[in-house]
Design a protein around this ligand. Structure first.
Ligand code: AMP
Length: 442
């Protein structure tokens, strides 16, 4: 097995890795680090959770420190672009951790924060700048930042960049970067439009592909509960009360929906917080920090806000709403399968979402196991503090669905509804589900 010491990394970096407790490089690190130390360009198909941040950060830190230069005032030597604020903050933190004791200046800029301090920081110059595209352009237009000194450029999560409409900003940034530089381009998927974008930035790149998007799914025990849209809130509340949950992420399709879930859970005595694009940056950071610290166990998120979130120990992912893009489902449940861990994903499926479920199962090749509604669901739901939820139903009603109210109830005591009872041939990964206490595990 390849070790970090086989990859040509410097003693300082090896020490930082030891301090982080990493002992074995992940596949993307094995494939990327030697070529990046040589200065090659790289085109990587990899999603978050594969260790790709370290794959690009470690060799870059080495190259920057081996060729030490003064920080360029109003500029940076390395630029990393991230689609979301949370991911940008996380990447910057990784750079800080991996370059401990090496006097590298690392800065992060994104929208939703006062720009004044960022202008001042850029003025002083940085070794590494991590940025979201919108704020980067703002800073450039305000003449607080120029890209003339960039030696290493990383475009992370390119597919998400395009989904978020950053294509114009990326082309603008491309024109401002020096021709002579090292470029790294990462995307979870590589359809034609993204490959074309990549070719704008890259010269004769090393191609690296790890963990094709569908395979993460095999490490997660996946369940589907068929339920009316109007009854999803009650189902979530009841399940969260019964399951031994370490940390759970709940995905809502809309921002308004996420806030509503938090309110309903609060009324039922379950603390949670929401992160989505309508929240202030500080509120998003506070919620994420509280979730990371374990002060709150339930984080309700929309897809955009959750992208790239790296929190260890997420035991459950709940899809309150199913995403209409099947790849998004894999990204969501991947939150509970980071760095080799495994977990449980539960999707609540209303009648109109069944088509999306079929698309997801086709992509992943994994059929979700049906988890019936909890025993006495209707009675328990009626006893919840917010009885108004039934009346709130925007499009419930019609959808008794397979396994609606009339579905077979869980056999007996449902403390562990999601104890892994696999149908033969379902999934491929046995015996690896991380249990967080409670009884009835395998
Ligand atoms: P990333 O894909 O960069 O978001 O990384 C996913 C998670 O894996 C992060 O929590 C990293 O700190 C962690 N990680 C990265 N490389 C390793 C490694 N070689 N061994 C253990 N954990 C790692």
């Amino acid at each position: 097995m390849t070790k970090f010491t086989d990859l040509g990394l410097s003693p300082q970096i090896l020490a930082a890795l030891a301090a982080k407790g990493y002992d074995t490089p992940t596949p993307i690190q094995v494939q990327s680090i030697p070529a990046l130390i040589e200065g090659r360009d790289l085109c990587g198909i990899a999603q978050t959770g594969t260790g790709k941040t370290a794959a690009f950060a470690l060799p870059s830190i080495m190259r920057l420190t081996a060729n030490a230069k003064p920080r360029p005032p109003g500029g940076c030597r390395m630029l990393v672009l991230s689609p979301t604020r949370e991911l940008a903050a996380q990447i910057a933190q990784s750079f800080e951790d991996y370059s401990k004791g090496q006097r590298l200046s690392v800065g992060v800029v994104f929208g939703g924060m006062p720009i004044g301090r960022q202008i001042k920081m850029c003025g002083q110059g940085l070794d590494v700048l991590v940025a979201t595209p919108g704020r980067l352009i703002d800073l450039i237009e305000q003449r607080a930042l120029n890209l003339r000194h960039v030696e290493i450029f990383v475009l992370d999560e390119a597919d998400q960049m395009l989904d978020l409409g950053f294509i114009h900003a990326l082309k603008q940034i491309d024109r401002l970067l020096p021709k002579q530089r090292q470029s790294l381009f990462f995307s979870a998927t590589m359809p034609k439009t993204i490959a074309e974008l990549g070719s704008r930035f890259l010269t004769n790149p090393v191609q690296v592909a790890v963990t094709p998007v569908a395979s993460t799914a095999e490490r997660v025990d996946q369940y589907a509960t068929f339920v009316n849209q109007a009854e999803k809130q009650a189902l979530l509340t009841i399940v969260l009360k019964n399951e031994p949950i370490e940390r759970a992420l709940v995905f809502s399709r809309t921002k308004h929906g996420a806030d509503k879930i938090v309110k309903h859970l609060g009324a039922a005595g379950i603390r949670s917080a929401a992160i989505h694009g309508n929240k202030s940056q500080n509120a998003r950071m506070d919620a994420l920090d509280a979730f990371k610290r374990g002060d709150i166990k339930i984080l309700v998120a929309t897809d955009i806000a959750a992208r790239g979130i790296d929190v260890s120990g997420v035991s459950h992912v709940f899809n309150f709403d199913l995403p209409n893009v099947p790849e998004q489902y894999v990204h969501r449940i991947g939150r509970t399968a980071r760095a080799g861990a495994t977990g449980i994903a539960v999707s609540f499926i209303a009648g109109e979402e069944k088509g999306w479920l079929r698309d997801i199962e086709k992509l992943t090749g994994v059929k979700l196991q049906t988890a019936p509604l909890p025993a006495d669901f209707a009675t328990k739901a009626a006893g919840l503090p917010k009885p108004a939820f039934v009346r709130e139903a925007p499009h419930g009603g019609r959808d008794a669905g397979r396994g609606g109210r009339g579905a077979p109830a869980a056999p007996t005591g449902e403390k562990r509804r999601f104890a892994p009872k696999r149908a033969p041939g379902v999934g491929t990964h046995r015996g690896a589900v991380k249990r967080s206490g409670g009884s009835g595990g395998r």
